[in-house]
Design a protein around this ligand. Structure first.
Ligand SMILES: *[C@@H]1O[C@H](CO)[C@@H](O)[C@H](O)[C@H]1NC(C)=O
Ligand SMILES: *[C@@H]1O[C@H](CO)[C@@H](O)[C@H](O)[C@H]1NC(C)=O
Ligand SMILES: *[C@@H]1O[C@H](CO)[C@@H](O)[C@H](O)[C@H]1NC(C)=O
Ligand SMILES: *[C@@H]1O[C@H](CO)[C@@H](O)[C@H](O)[C@H]1NC(C)=O
Ligand SMILES: *[C@@H]1O[C@H](CO)[C@@H](O)[C@H](O)[C@H]1NC(C)=O
Length: 333
């Protein structure tokens, strides 16, 4: 969701936003196409398995449906929130678990693009409201159709829907609005989730279901709460932690240092941080795990990648400056 107003303030982007409009145009089938893919069947098992961001993916003739092209730095992102605002309406948080934020296709150089296919715009509150976040971008019209949750019904995916309502939770808004946001802002920018990739027998919204399941696959392999607990770091409203506690534990478990995001007051505005030059924020709220992927993102053959050294965190770096807060009473299932 990054730079959203609905969720955690202070989530900054790793790099600059690039307009989606530089891509080659459509494929003539009425769906936007990032790379002008053919309407062939894209039988990827017959294609070489290329590692995203490697030179081979930039060679001519690569089937962009079978290798993640351009957006090959894949980020599996999660939230730690202590409440949802809507807990009294039953929108709660899962016990002993971070929640799913999304799966994002950053460019190999760390910048990214967003809202790449306005034919698949299901976000009721586009954020930003143009494709590049600037007045010069293409406006992203608010979606007014049936909720993206209804797209799962023809596929009979009620188990998926129930899971998503438990682990993919919005803050101060319906969960499905958040899913629509994540799909349209980010999933439409993966080459492997492009509509032509589903071949001639594409079923409407198959790409949406596929994206949800893929984002969940990555999430389930990254049990942040459990990993931190195994490293001795659990939510506490009395003990503060150090950034390197989180980085060290998660690097040990994942194999590469993730980005750690914080919200809340800046350290130098807190009592403990008076006079300090540390302006990092003090409440743990996000983690982004980076990877490259072999073949289709959907297959989950990912290789961990270190966070960019120029954008590792928004958190305070002073020892014992960070709160990993316990959830509010009544905020959990
Ligand atoms: C990063 O890569 C993208 C896609 O290749 C390109 O459009 C963009 O200009 C690059 N950005 C920088 C800062 O090099
Ligand atoms: C986007 O939002 C800004 C700030 O609210 C507003 O000034 C601008 O008109 C909006 N642009 C579009 C295309 O809706
Ligand atoms: C592609 O798939 C369609 C059915 O979805 C089939 O009719 C067609 O023969 C296939 N083409 C090739 C080259 O396999
Ligand atoms: C915190 O640091 C920022 C940046 O140096 C500064 O603008 C701000 O005034 C500081 N706040 C306090 C309360 O010291
Ligand atoms: C812990 O502190 C946070 C931040 O003040 C608060 O939102 C939450 O309700 C607290 N949890 C408990 C169990 O006291």
């Amino acid at each position: 969701m990054r730079t959203s107003t609905a969720l955690v303030a202070g989530a900054l982007s790793a790099g600059s936003v690039v307009s989606a409009s530089w891509y080659g145009g459509g494929n003539g089938n009425g769906h936007g196409s990032l790379y002008g893919e053919s309407s062939l069947n894209h039988t990827c098992v017959l294609e070489p398995t290329l590692l995203s961001c490697s030179a081979a993916t930039y060679e001519p003739g690569v089937d962009t449906c079978c290798a993640e092209t351009f957006g090959g730095l894949v980020l599996a992102t999660q939230f730690w929130n202590t409440y949802t605002v809507l807990q009294d309406e039953g929108q709660k948080l899962p016990k002993n678990s971070w929640t799913l934020h999304g799966l994002w296709p950053d460019f190999c150089n760390g910048s990214y693009t967003q809202y790449c296919d306005l034919n698949r715009q299901y976000d009721p509150e586009p954020s930003p409201n143009t494709t590049n976040g600037l007045p010069s971008g293409t406006p992203v019209p608010p979606y007014k159709g049936p909720s993206i949750a209804t797209f799962l019904k023809p596929f009979g995916k009620f188990d998926l829907l129930a899971w998503m309502n438990t682990y993919w939770v919005n803050r101060d808004g319906p969960n499905a609005d958040f899913w629509g946001h994540e799909f349209s802002k980010h999933a439409t920018c993966f080459s492997t989730f492009d509509v032509p990739c589903y071949g001639p027998s594409y079923k409407k919204h198959e790409d949406v279901v596929d994206f949800f399941e893929t984002a969940i696959m990555y999430y389930l392999r990254l049990p942040t709460f459990k990993w931190l607990k195994q490293g001795g770091v659990t939510p506490s409203n009395s003990t503060q932690y150090t950034l390197s506690d989180f980085q060290g534990i998660l690097k040990g478990k994942y194999g590469a240092t993730p980005y750690i995001g914080c919200s809340g007051p800046r350290f130098n505005t807190t009592e403990a941080g008076k006079g300090s030059s540390d302006t990092g924020r003090t409440e743990i709220s996000e983690v982004w795990y980076y990877s490259h992927v072999k073949g289709r993102t959907q297959e989950g053959r990912s290789v961990p990648v270190e966070v960019s050294p120029t954008f590792t965190t928004t958190c305070a770096k002073t020892a014992k400056a960070l709160w990993y807060y316990e959830r509010s009473d009544g905020a959990e299932f």
